[in-house]
Ligand binder design. Structure first.
Ligand code: 13P
Ligand code: SF4
Length: 303
């Protein structure tokens, strides 16, 4: 930490000079999460905060679809991402042409897009969702059959919680698809009493083995409220690092899996982004306006 202090200080000073706000996802490393972020949260919280951002510049510490979502909601603000190559295996699994193909194949079936998609894909869909509101969004449509794309595992986990028939796409998160139910059972054997909480991007048999499943913010809240003696967060590694200091007395059992895309965002790249005002996220205005309808429909749902 002491070695990082000058960079943290420089970023916080430059933030004021540029009238910038830093929105950081829960998977950012602790020096970003605790040192420079103005707002931290899951995808839904970050999208909602983006609508309230009272700054000229938004620096998105997260992956590209998150920065695009901020831009869609703030077409007149400058949105920067510290590494343009911070992608997502889910966002890369489907294109706008694929969604048009699904419309033809399933006429009349509403299409819900997970927020982990490009603006092009969102523009073709009826409504957006995140891991924290997917069941609510699917049920809000009042349809017997809904397409929930592109995460096959999120869709399978949602299908278990609703009477709506949920069709999906073959995408998966490269971080969460690697966890297995067998692995979780082995941890229960060697760590008696461990509470296991999982992200709904994990395969359904993994979620079934867990004591709780929820979005990254849902997982954090669960640990803060329940204060288990021992907990395993079946998700990206930085989650435990970030909340350990806020939950003394809780023992974090790892494993975890790193998201190589999230880990592209580093403190020094955030500093460069603010010094050079790069990389700016641009979304075609026509695509952006259509994508915005899907994102705002989600944001405006009563919780
Ligand atoms: P959350 O919306 O739960 O933060 O999930 C985002 C994500 O990319 C998880 O892999
Ligand atoms: Fe995408 Fe998975 Fe990384 Fe989240 S953790 S950004 S879903 S690859």
């Amino acid at each position: 930490w002491p070695a990082l202090a000058p960079t943290v200080h420089a970023i916080n000073e430059l933030k004021k000079e540029r009238n910038a706000v830093i929105l950081a996802h829960n998977y950012m490393t602790p020096e970003i999460y605790h040192g420079i972020a103005d707002i931290v949260g899951d995808s839904l919280q970050l999208a909602k905060e983006a609508t309230r951002a009272d700054a000229d510049v938004i620096v998105q510490c997260g992956v590209h679809f998150m920065a695009e979502t901020s831009k869609i909601l703030n077409p007149d603000k400058t949105v920067l991402i510290p590494d343009m190559n911070a992608g997502c295996s889910l966002a890369e699994s489907i294109t706008a042409a694929d969604v048009r193909g699904l419309r033809e194949k399933y006429p009349g079936v509403p299409i819900v897009t997970y927020v982990n998609t490009s603006a092009d894909v969102k523009a073709e869909c009826d409504i957006c969702c995140t891991s924290s509101n997917a069941v609510q969004v699917v049920e809000s449509l009042g349809a017997p059959r809904v397409l929930l794309i592109p995460d096959q595992f999120l869709a399978a986990n949602v299908a278990r919680q609703t009477d709506v028939e949920v069709l999906t796409w073959a995408g998966a998160c490269e971080v969460h698809e690697r966890f297995t139910a067998e692995e979780l059972r082995e941890y229960r054997d060697i760590e008696p009493g461990v509470k296991i909480i999982a992200h709904p991007e994990c395969p359904p048999e993994v979620v079934e083995e867990a004591d709780f499943a929820g979005s990254t913010a849902g997982m954090i809240d669960w640990v803060k409220v329940n204060r288990p003696e021992k907990v395993m967060l079946v998700t990206e590694c930085s989650m435990a690092d970030n909340i350990a200091s806020e939950t003394p007395g809780v023992d974090y059992v790892r494993p975890c899996n790193l998201c190589p895309h999230m880990k592209r965002i580093t403190l020094s790249k955030v500093l460069d982004a603010l010094v050079e005002m790069k990389d700016e996220v641009i979304v075609d205005p026509e695509i952006s306006a259509r994508a915005r309808v899907a994102v705002e429909r989600m944001i405006n749902l009563k919780s």
